[in-house]
Design a binder for this molecule. Structure first.
Ligand code: DGJ
Length: 729
């Protein structure tokens, strides 16, 4: 490295980042969680309750902090329990705010007042024991700080230490209290199938906004992520933003509440809807991890913090995990009509483009010739693959690619051998109709025999095909009739949690037994993307909508919460499902802003298409580390006026890449000048354009110029796109 760059790098390292510490300030009974650029402070007040004190930019001086004292009663209608911000309030003692825990105790008492008992600090983890004021119902709150990111994780383990069964009616992971005040704005992600990841922003007013899933999985309809900014004033690179996400792929809920005392708080955990969780004496329930962070650097920095956090601490393999290979997927090309010659022909073409992983999608098993039959029968279809998968995998490997397979293990077609043998394995209520969609039903994965069967099937598949490197794990139906007749009636609703736990367990066991296996999480596109599944899968199928123009918005929304490394994006054929056609280069560039895949029917691609595609794959490989593991700057949002630009800077600052897209134009105006971000003012960058669409002919230029004067692009027509590369000298 050039010596003149050492100083800023060292300064940055010293100034913030690797720092993380949990301190107990005994004199004031305060816990100070310091991480990265963030402080999170709470303490034990005079009533022995855990009271939130501060969350924001790092405070370095404990002397500045006062011991927590509860707020006064406002009137007979709002006792101090409602006016005092609390870390983990129970429902009881006259509190009307959203509780973290609500129970019916063994004798029918429904009043819970949690008090501090003890704590333990062990490196980056803090455990706090709470207990009801009289009953032996405990909650262990577990906090962990993640040094360089300032992200804090909290969750709770609720234990019935009484001698009799009790029932939990709401079990949340925790509550995040923001600095008291009004005028906050909420940002959250919603959507539907083929239209996931839409960004919504609205002012937070008194009352409660709920985003949730009642569908059994994470859901396309909302994602368990939030951001809240101060005064509704934060911008992409400016302003205070508090943000967080749940690590859970089952029913979840985030309640964003502004109390009548100007306290904004976000409570999150298991969805209390249709929730009833009996705890036998001695039994515990652990709530999902709830991660959160803070920045004064706007939404862009909030995303970059999360991207880095996910790569370092959530994704399998962490920072040492490999970059995502360029993938080919057969779905849009051949749908269910897969066979050995057809897939081999596609693989040969894919290899010519530089593809590194060939994935055969739906249709290879049982009687799966369409979506009406075969789901559940995970045996290779002998008509399509008379010699098993071996020869195809071997050809794919010989072509220099590894091989992956689509599975949808949690589902069954009623027209399948599995269903005929075990109709009771599908989720149902006795003597009631079972609601099918896409001709399928959900298996009750909460049952351990179903879990073990599915594990056995997948384990055998992997054992029989040791070269099987990758599974695309799909899930195309939400729960309906969520009955579990084999369970005791009082335990039936445990299905919501047991299902997800068993899915997690299968993945964990498979990965332990087949350590080289990689997995993509898919649920009809982006229906199962969250910080729980991301600890077990390398990537996510972002959306079944592969229209490049729609994808710009879909991928922008995704990038608010999740790293581009996990964001699978394919180049597919046009016209897309919606009738829109865009040029091949545009489609490639859009897909190259995430983890690149190709999903078109290569048999129909012209020589010119193939040669452009090979060039783009080559280009992607030269910038992949920067895109997948660098810092993302969203320069122009696709929600704006016909022009989108995103930029990535490698972690070491040596490479940057700009992607720019023009949707349409008016009156012949040029697109806006693009001012870059995240470069070094005094460094010189060699500039390389992929297709001479840069107005300025500057072979080398300073960071200061790029960030302040900016670049002009010659983008015309409709759906034009380009990329510009910058290498630091
Ligand atoms: C839904 C997925 O999102 C698609 O990519 C494809 O795998 C189909 N299922 C196959 O049935």
């Amino acid at each position: 490295m050039n010596i003149r760059y050492l100083a800023p790098v060292l300064m940055t390292l010293l100034a913030s980042t690797a720092f993380g510490e949990i301190r107990y300030v005994a004199a004031k009974k305060l816990f100070h969680l310091e991480a990265g650029a963030v402080s999170y402070v709470f303490g034990v007040n005079e009533r022995n309750e855990l009271q939130s004190v501060y969350w924001g930019k790092r405070l370095w001086r404990d002397d500045d902090l006062a011991a927590p004292r509860s707020d006064r009663e406002w009137a007979s209608f709002d006792n101090s329990g409602n006016t005092t911000p609390q870390e983990y309030p129970g429902w009881g003692g006259g509190r009307y705010i959203e509780p973290c825990l609500k129970v019916t105790l063994p004798d029918g008492v429904r009043d819970l007042v949690l008090k501090y008992v003890s704590h333990q600090i062990d490196g980056d983890t803090l455990k706090i024991e709470l207990k009801d004021m009289t009953y032996d119902l405990g909650a262990t709150l577990v906090y962990r700080v993640y040094p360089d990111t300032g992200v804090i994780r909290k969750n709770a383990v609720i234990t019935n230490r009484t001698k009799a069964p009790l029932t939990l009616e709401s079990a949340q992971s925790g509550a995040w209290n923001l600095p008291r005040g009004e005028g906050y704005r909420l940002t959250y992600l919603t959507g539907r199938w083929a239209g996931e990841w839409q960004i919504n922003q609205e002012p937070i007013h008194p009352g409660m906004k709920v985003i949730e899933s009642r569908r059994g999985n994470t859901g396309h309809q909302a994602n368990p992520w939030f951001a809240i900014d101060e005064g509704g004033r934060a911008e992409e690179e400016r302003g205070r933003v508090w943000f967080g996400a749940l690590g859970w792929s089952g029913n979840w809920r985030l309640s964003i509440e502004q109390t009548s005392h100007q306290q904004v708080r976000v409570t999150g955990g298991f969805n209390p809807f249709d929730f009833s969780y009996p705890l036998a004496a001695g039994e515990s329930l652990e709530t999902p991890p709830f991660y959160a962070g803070f920045t004064d650097g706007g939404f862009g920095e909030a995303s970059r913090i999360l991207h880095r956090f996910e790569r370092a601490y959530l994704l399998p393999g962490g920072l040492t995990s490999r970059q995502r290979p360029v993938l080919y997927n057969s779905w849009e090309a051949t749908t269910f009509s897969v066979d050995e010659p057809g897939q081999t022909a596609l693989a040969q073409k894919a290899a010519k483009l530089g593809v590194e992983r060939f994935v055969m999608d739906d249709g290879w098993f049982g009687a799966r010739n369409n979506d009406r039959a075969g789901l559940g029968d995970w045996t290779i279809n002998p008509k399509k693959f008379p010699n098993g998968l071996g020869p195809l995998i071997e050809s794919v490997n010989k072509l220099g690619m590894d091989f992956g397979l689509w599975v949808e293990p949690e589902m069954v077609n009623p027209d399948s051998d599995l269903y005929r043998a075990h109709p009771d394995w599908a989720m149902h209520f006795p003597d009631r109709p079972r609601t099918e969609a896409r001709n399928q039903l959900v298996l009750n994965m909460a049952r351990n025999d179903v879990r073990d069967h599915i594990f056995g099937v997948l384990d055998r598949l992997l054992a029989e095909s040791p070269k099987l490197a990758f599974l695309k794990w799909d899930m195309n139906l939400n729960f309906s009739e969520p009955g579990w007749p084999e369970a005791a009636p009082a335990d039936e609703k445990k299905l919501w949690i047991a299902y997800t736990r068993n899915v997690y367990e299968i993945i964990d066991r498979l990965r332990a037994k087949h350590p080289k296996l990689e997995i993509e999480s898919c649920s009809g596109g982006g229906g199962r993307a969250d910080m729980g599944i991301l600890t077990r899968t390398e990537e996510v199928w972002t959306s079944d909508n592969t229209d490049a123009f729609d994808r710009l918005r879909i991928q922008e929304g995704f990038s608010y919460a999740y790293t581009p490394k996990t964001m699978m994006a394919w180049v597919t054929d046009v016209p897309n499902y919606n009738g829109r056609s865009t040029p091949l280069q545009y489609r490639f560039l859009v897909a190259m802003t995430g983890s690149l895949g190709i999903g078109g029917n290569l048999n129909k691609w012209s020589d010119a298409d193939m040669s452009l595609a090979a060039k783009m794959v080559d280009l992607y490989k030269s910038i992949r580390k920067t895109v997948q593991e660098g810092r993302l700057y969203r320069l122009f949002s696709p929600r704006g006026d016909g022009f989108t630009a995103t930029q990535y800077v490698s972690e070491d600052g040596r490479q940057a890449v700009l992607f720019a897209f023009r949707t349409g134009q008016h009156y012949g105006y040029p697109p806006p000048t693009v001012k870059l971000s995240g470069l070094e003012e005094r460094a010189i960058y060699n500039v390389k354009t992929i297709d001479n669409k840069l107005v300025e002919r500057l072979p080398a230029v300073s960071g200061a110029y790029l960030m302040n004067q900016g670049l002009n692009l010659r983008l015309g027509g409709d759906f034009d796109g380009t990329a510009v590369l910058f290498e630091r000298q």
